[in-house]
Design a protein around this ligand. Structure first.
Ligand SMILES: *Cc1c(COP(=O)(O)O)cnc(C)c1O
Length: 396
C-alpha cells in the first residue's frame, strides 16, 4: 500500500519544488533576538521575527519562567478543566483582560486554537460570520468548523462590508471578523468604521490582535486603543507567540458570558493541554512590564518610523503601514528572492514573499521592526537595502 502512496507523495513534493515553492528552514543556534547566529556560523541582524517588543530573550521574562519552573514544575499533563489550571493560569487570564480593558479571558495552547475554537460554540446555522478576505488561516479554518452562514468582504473595504451586512439582515446574529493588522501589508483594520457599520446593521465584532497587540496604539493595547474602542469589542483573540514573549499560547478575551460559554464548549480548550506554568508566569511578568512603563512600545514606534522614513527616502516603494511591518514592494517573485539572498550576504535576514502567499505580481520583502533593534542595526539594514536596491535597479 505505502509504495503507491509514496509515489503519490514524491510527485506532490516534486511539484512543490518545481514551482519554486518548497520551504526550507534556516537553523538558528543562538537565542531569538536582533542579532542571531545561524548554524552556518553566520551572524546576522534579524528583521523577520514577530519579536516586536524584543521580549523573546528578555532577562526578566527568563527569570520569571525559571522561578516558575522551580515552584510550579515543568508541565501540567492535563487539560484546564481536569487538573491543568494553576494560580498562574488564572492570574494571566486576569492580567490579559486588564491589558485590553475586557471582562474575562480564556487561554489556549495557541491563537490557532483560540480562532479554531471560537466560532463553533457561539454561532449556529441561523447566524452569519462576515470575514475580511485577508484574515489569517486560523480564522478561515475556525469558520469552516462552524455551521453559521459565511460572507466575505474585500480587505478593509467598507462598502463591501456594508453590502454583506445588508445581505445578512435576515439572520439571527451577525459577527464581523477581522485581523487587527494584516500581516503581509502591515495595514490596520479600519475598526472605527467597522464599529459604525456594526452598530448600524446590528452586528458584533471579533478582532484578532496577533500582529497588533503590543505594537499598535500609544501603549500597545492594539487596534481597540488606536480607535478608542477599548472594552467595546465583543471578542478579541491574540497570541503569546509574537510580541508577548514569543513562546507559545493564545487567548480569547472579551465579554464575560462569551468567555464563560467557551470554557464549557470550546473544543481546543476542552481537549488540548494546558500551557506550561512557566509560560503563564512569563506572560504575567510581560503584562506587568508593559503596564509599568511604555519604554518598549515607544522604542518600537520610534524604530518603525525611523526605518520606514529611511526606506522611503532611499526611493523604495513601501506599502502604507501603521504597524511594525514594512512591506518593500518589488512585484517580481524572482527579484524578491534574489534581493533577500543578497541582503543575507550583507548580514541582514529578511524574507521575500510571492504568490500564493501574496497576490500574483505583488512580490515583496517583509521587514519586521523590533524594540530589540538599536539605531545602528537600523542604519546597517538601511545601508544594505540601498546598496542592493541600486545594484538591482529598483530604486525610484
Ligand atoms: C500568528 C497568528 C496566529 C497564530 O498564532 P499562534 O499563537 O502562533 O497559533 C493567529 N492569527 C493571526 C492573525 C496571526 O498573525
Amino acid at each position: 500500500m505505502y509504495k503507491n502512496y509514496k509515489e503519490h507523495l514524491d510527485k506532490s513534493l516534486n511539484e512543490i519544488r518545481e514551482a519554486g515553492l518548497y520551504k526550507k528552514e534556516r537553523i538558528i543556534i543562538s537565542p531569538q533576538g536582533a542579532e542571531i547566529e545561524l548554524n552556518t556560523g553566520q551572524k546576522v541582524l534579524n528583521f523577520c521575527a514577530n519579536n516586536y517588543l524584543g521580549l523573546s530573550n528578555n532577562k526578566s521574562l527568563v527569570e520569571a519562567a525559571k522561578s516558575a519552573l522551580d515552584d510550579h514544575g515543568y508541565g501540567m499533563s492535563s487539560v484546564r478543566f481536569i487538573c491543568g489550571t494553576t494560580d498562574l493560569h488564572k492570574e494571566l487570564e486576569k492580567k490579559i483582560a486588564e491589558f485590553f480593558g475586557t471582562e474575562d479571558t480564556i487561554l489556549y495552547a495557541a491563537c490557532f486554537d483560540a480562532n479554531g475554537g471560537v466560532f463553533e460554540p457561539l454561532l449556529g446555522e441561523e447566524d452569519t460570520i462576515i470575514s475580511d478576505s485577508l484574515n489569517h488561516a486560523s480564522i478561515i479554518d475556525g469558520v469552516r468548523l462552524c455551521k453559521a452562514q459565511r460572507y466575505r468582504y474585500q480587505n478593509a473595504d467598507m462598502a463591501d462590508l456594508e453590502e454583506q451586512l445588508k445581505l445578512a439582515q435576515n439572520q439571527r446574529f451577525r459577527l464581523i471578523v477581522t485581523d487587527g493588522v494584516f500581516s503581509m501589508d502591515g495595514n490596520v483594520a479600519p475598526l472605527d468604521k467597522i464599529y459604525e457599520l456594526a452598530n448600524r446593521y446590528d452586528a458584533m465584532i471579533m478582532v484578532d490582535e496577533s500582529h497588533s497587540a503590543g505594537v499598535v496604539g500609544n501603549t500597545g493595547r492594539g487596534v481597540t486603543e488606536l480607535y478608542d474602542l477599548k472594552g467595546k469589542i465583543e471578542i478579541i483573540t491574540g497570541t503569546l507567540g509574537k510580541s508577548f514573549g514569543g513562546a507559545i499560547g493564545g487567548f480569547t478575551t472579551g465579554k464575560k458570558e462569551i468567555i464563560e460559554l467557551l470554557r464549557q464548549r470550546s473544543r481546543p480548550y476542552l481537549f488540548s493541554n494546558s500551557i506550561p506554568p512557566l509560560v503563564a508566569a512569563a506572560g504575567i511578568k510581560m503584562v506587568e512590564m508593559m503596564t509599568e512603563t511604555n519604554t518598549l512600545q515607544d522604542k518600537l514606534h520610534w524604530n518603525a518610523e525611523y526605518f520606514i522614513a529611511g526606506m522611503k527616502k532611499a526611493g523604495f516603494d513601501i506599502k502604507p503601514t501603521k504597524s511594525a511591518i514594512c512591506a518593500v514592494m518589488l512585484y517580481d517573485a524572482k527579484l524578491s528572492q534574489d534581493f533577500a539572498a543578497k541582503l543575507l550576504n550583507e548580514g541582514i535576514y529578511v524574507i521575500g514573499f510571492y504568490y500564493p502567499v501574496v497576490p500574483k505580481g505583488q512580490a515583496r520583502i517583509r521587514v519586521q521592526l523590533s524594540a530589540a533593534h538599536e539605531k545602528e542595526h537600523l542604519d546597517k539594514a538601511l545601508k544594505a537595502f540601498e546598496k542592493i536596491g541600486k545594484e538591482l535597479g529598483v530604486l525610484k
